[in-house]
Design a protein around this ligand. Structure first.
Ligand code: 97T
Length: 395
């Protein structure tokens, strides 16, 4: 992986040479380049900022130095790379108005070959720099959180550390990676203790000394839930607090119940279609958790119970809709219709059509989809025993 940093304070990024990324450079896993943005200025004072058009306080970073830096580091983009989005470099703008940095985003960035960090200062960077970058690279605007820093350098450092420690061959410690999947449960970690057993009159909780692994696991889980409810109720909200029948975004903590509902719903499909060769029926808990990270998934709860779900993901210009499920006792109550309308409504701007499939003998599903304007497309390839339905997106 190659990482470049554009900054007017290159010294701020010196820690990259120490600590974790430093070791990855030594092992050849990482290629790091810190650039002083002023090398791409042409005036005597090496100016990188100017006053904002339209007035207002503060200074805005000028477009030209970033433009020339991109030309040198990224351009010209060969035609075949421009056509293949997955081969483009990623440009990360650190900004308080970006998408929040998360472990999921770190995992995504860890798959990239090339990331250029553009560190903004002052009130931000001229918008045309970001618009231009979108034409030559994948652009991500990322925020560390809802607070203000003096500039993007510290944010770029934090993002780098979160990404680099995920690179294959970097940690060399399988146990800590297993540990990590714990945090994907959507709960905060439980408290931890080490020797001595008693310190300044404080004892280690007795259960941890009991040697009873079942009790220890139950205690830790309980501590995790309490901590999460206390410090991060937002992580529990959709799964525990929301039961008003609203359609809400799924969280990792929904995975286990989603799996149960999915098995129930697709067992019904297996019977209707006289086939067990249905992927949704065979997925494991891990498969469902992975899918939650890769799809936009929505769920509905009633009285705390997870009763319905649907997911969507962009495939080229098609909004791929799937895993539409409604608990057996609530089928025929209009929930499916609502979910289908919702998942179409949240499709991103790049979607020009909707596509889904269902069992050729799943008559109720097919009726629901037809009523919503989907048309069966027998000429399109579908999994065995399934039929594809599509609908153009209007507006
Ligand atoms: O506050 C900032 C100023 C410039 C660049 C980034 C930030 C920031 O990033 N995450 C939170 C704040």
């Amino acid at each position: 992986m190659r990482l470049d940093y554009l900054t007017i304070f290159p010294d701020y990024l010196a820690p990259l040479r120490l600590s974790l990324p430093g070791k990855a450079v030594e092992s050849g896993l990482l290629d790091l380049h810190v650039h002083d943005l002023r090398q791409w200025t042409r005036d005597r004072h090496h100016t990188t900022d100017d006053t904002p058009y339209g007035g207002g306080a503060g200074m805005v970073m000028k477009p030209e130095p970033f433009g020339e830096a991109f030309d040198e580091l990224l351009g010209p983009v060969p035609e075949e790379v421009a056509q293949q989005p997955s081969r483009r470099a990623t440009v990360v703008f650190t900004t308080p108005s970006g998408e929040p940095m998360t472990q999921r985003l770190a995992e995504e960035l860890a798959t990239r070959e090339r990331i250029v960090f553009a560190c903004g200062r002052y009130e931000g960077i001229d918008q045309r720099v970001i618009d231009h970058a979108r034409e030559i690279a994948e652009v991500r605007e990322i925020s560390l959180g809802d607070y203000v820093l003096n500039g993007g350098e510290v944010a770029a450092l934090a993002i780098t550390e979160a990404v680099v420690r995920l690179l294959p061959g970097f940690m060399g410690n399988a146990a800590s990676i297993v540990e990590e999947s714990h945090s994907e449960s959507g709960l905060l970690e439980h408290p931890v203790y080490t020797k001595p057993r008693e310190w300044r009159g404080r004892e280690v909780p007795e259960v941890l000394l009991s040697g009873d692994h079942g009790r220890i696991a139950a205690w830790r889980h309980d501590q995790s839930v309490r901590r999460t409810a206390e410090r991060r109720p937002d992580l529990l909200a959709p799964s525990v607090l929301d039961d008003g029948g609203e359609i809400v975004r799924a969280v990792p903590a929904d995975a286990a119940e989603l799996l149960v509902l999915q098995r129930a719903c697709w067992a019904q499909e297996a019977l209707a279609n006289d086939s067990l060769a249905i992927p949704a029926l065979h997925e494991s808990y891990d498969d469902v958790r992975t899918a939650l990270a890769e799809w936009d998934t929505y769920v509905v709860r009633r009285a705390g119970r997870l009763v319905a779900a649907v997911r969507g993901r962009l495939d080229g210009t098609a909004w791929d809709i799937g895993r539409m499920m409604v608990a057996p006792d609530l089928q025929g109550t209009g929930l499916g219709r609502r979910l289908l309308a919702h998942i179409q409504a949240v499709a991103p701007a790049g979607a020009s059509s909707y596509v889904l499939f269902t069992g050729v003998r799943s008559e109720r599903n097919i009726r629901l989809y037809k009523r919503a304007g989907f048309r069966p497309r027998v000429e399109l390839p579908a999994p065995p025993g399934a039929i594809v339905l599509t609908k153009p997106r209007r507006g």
